[in-house]
Design a protein. Structure first.
Length: 348
């Protein structure tokens, strides 16, 4: 039986509803957002997070910025649209889905430019809903392809949260776990806590427990030991941007997990929706890595955990070189190496 997923981002009658992921796992609360500034803040503060969910939220957030846009002619309307696009693009720099979704909204507006502005606004709402619906289908397809690499009774390790609440539904890295349960398989999960914001401890464990899936929480520093003990048969993670050569940006700590997997001869899989593949970014060196505030590290556990004035480096992502990636699992199939040549075929 299919699990009933909580939808982290929805839009209805001019209101953007966002599951506030900063309150999980103890409080399940939805924000009712009617202003683009609040949509921007929700993305910036990771109230909505996860590359696909960020793209969906940005598309809906754009609608909020357009509700009072002038309707006399296309050019004046489009000027306001571009201002709002640029504003939303400043919320977070790494997940390419944000830019992909906003570009798609921009292109839809231009496609409809001959219509009355009121109809263009309706078309843009339709496009945002399409982005969300398509993501749901993409994630399920990623799960189906990933299942061909998994088997009943295995244990996988994941880092951060690439689950249902990071997407429209199912997740990317967690999609095969949910589909495995639908098939009656027993796949166990080890979830890295994922410091500093604890997406693994707070979100992945919460999601999987809600679905009745066997999940074990470990600290990031325990990943090596559980692999060494032979407890892990595969690693699967999500991603925020895949460069043209197959280098992958994902939550900070992913690179270390990939190195550990290599050292223990454990396959390392990246679940990647096509919109997360960015052929315009040539290698991982070209991916902008978001740096966030020091308080996420020095106060993130609810108390001061470092001396006042300590220097802090807080990159929210790192880059895993393509050489460490066993396969990139997309909704269109599984790519096992040769990424420079194979990734462009996703767009044919
Ligand atoms: C399904 S994409 C999830 C991806 O996004 C996360 O980053 P953040 O929590 O900062 O939005 C993380 O990198 C996950 O792998």
């Amino acid at each position: 039986m299919e699990h009933t997923f909580l939808q982290s981002v929805t839009f209805k009658e001019g209101t953007l509803y966002i599951l506030d992921q900063t309150k999980l796992p103890t409080i399940t609360e939805f924000l009712e957002i009617t202003e683009i500034e609040d949509a921007w803040d929700a993305i910036k503060q990771l109230k909505v997070r996860g590359a696909p969910a960020i793209g969906i939220a940005a598309a809906y957030g754009l609608l909020l910025g357009l509700k009072n846009a002038p309707e006399e002619n296309f050019d004046s309307f489009y000027g306001v649209l571009k201002e709002n696009l640029t504003y939303l693009e400043t919320s977070r720099p790494t997940a390419v889905n944000l830019f992909w979704a906003l570009k798609r909204m921009d292109e839809r507006a231009k496609l409809e430019r001959e219509k009355p502005v009121a109809e263009i606004k309706a078309a843009l709402e339709e496009e945002a809903h399409l982005i969300r619906q398509e993501d749901e289908e993409v994630c399920r397809s990623i799960g189906e392809h990933a299942l061909t690499l998994f088997h009943d009774g295995m244990t996988v390790l994941t880092h951060c949260n690439a689950g249902g609440i990071a997407t429209a539904k199912y997740g990317t890295a967690l999609a095969p776990i949910y589909l495995a349960k639908e098939k009656g398989w027993d796949i166990k999960v080890y979830a890295d806590e994922t410091r500093p914001l604890l997406q693994g401890a707070r979100l992945t464990t919460w999601e999987l427990m809600q679905a009745g899936i066997d999940v074990t929480l470990i600290t990031d520093s325990m990943a090596a030991m559980v692999m060494h003990k032979g407890l892990i048969q595969a690693v699967i993670v999500g991603c925020d941007r895949v460069a043209a050569n197959g280098d992958v940006a994902n939550k900070i700590g992913t690179y270390g997990v990939a190195l550990l997997a290599k050292a223990h001869n454990i396959p390392f899989y990246v679940a990647a929706p096509t919109p997360t593949v960015d052929l315009d970014t040539k290698t991982g060196h070209d991916i902008p890595i978001e740096e966030r505030g020091m308080e996420e590290i020095t106060e993130g556990l609810g108390k001061q955990t470092a001396p006042e004035g300590v220097k802090v480096f807080n990159p929210a992502f790192d880059v895993t070189p393509h050489e460490l990636i066993t396969a990139i699992i997309t909704e269109k199939g599984i790519i096992k190496g040769n990424y420079q040549e194979e990734l462009p075929k996703l767009f044919i």
